[in-house]
Design a protein around this ligand. Sequence first.
Ligand code: ACO
Length: 311
Amino acid sequence: PNYSQLIATGSYLPERVLDNHELSTWVDTSDEWIVARTGIHSRHLAAEGQGSVDMATRAAERALAAAGLQATDIDLIIVATTTPDQIFPSTACLVQARLGNQGAAAFDVQAVCTGFIYALATADQFLRSGAATTALVIGVETMSRIVDWQDRSTCILFGDGAGAVILRAAQQPGILSTHLHADGRYAELLQVPQAESHLTMQGNAVFRMAVRTLGDIVQETLSANGLQSSDIDWLVPHQANIRIIQATAEKLALPMERVVVTVGKHGNVSAASVPLALDHAVQRNCFRPGQLLLLEAFGGGFTWGSALLRW
Ligand code: ACO
């Protein structure tokens, strides 16, 4: 097998919904300001005592059920998260135990909002090389735990949740190419400076960098595959801000009907946002066999990446 195929998706969102109106009673902001600047209307928040392991396990169970597989069929588990419940064991090992799998390789990947793309690219390499046959790849975040709920410039942006996919080694693509990058010089623009502190961000600078960099990686992905923007059927972007998503869609000359948008109801769920968007579209039967999907993300590090796949 020289390729990997994405055969199923699953996701989990906590029950508690925090909308902009309620948030406006916590900090000096308004529904109008948040919607105009970000496209976000509401976000989900993990319950007291609920963490990344719990949400990741639920998303994984749904992906396994959709694939018709048992946890014991999995031989590789990769979890992308920047909000693990514990320093160690890794979220992947804790989820593995909850699912009832023993023996699969299991580890976490930390690339903040680009985490799922990094994890997907890593799993793809394992499957292409023959090192694994069936991979569970999860993006999960409990952002509410690292957000400063008194900082109106950041707390309006983030939400909690998990998304999961199952990848299988295959003779046909599947994943056509993945592209990963990072530039560690920009740490101070977006970071959680210490283990026990809150997320800080210079939103404006991050915004400008995200738009430019995502434009570049879309072009890189098209060039690597000898494609034109008109060949792309669906854009499945990281969900940070509707204006960033619209800018990337414009670069592709893709109408917004062909862009999976969940930011309005999920907010920015960091590493979980792309797999949550994927599952959202799958549940609504958006993708047709043979269509080309472009997944992309940009986040803290800075990190950025993309994956092109044939459905
Ligand atoms: N409600 C009302 N006013 C606000 C709020 C708020 N929630 N937050 C900030 N303001 C005010 C500011 O104080 C400022 O006021 P001033 O002009 O009097 O100083 C004004 O609104 C404008 O603030 P800006 O920060 O310039 O607003 P901007 O248009 O840049 O929007 C935002 C801010 C939404 C954060 C935007 O910059 C953004 O989305 N940035 C990118 C975030 C992102 O994509 N992160 C990516 C990855 S995240 C990750 O990796 C974890």
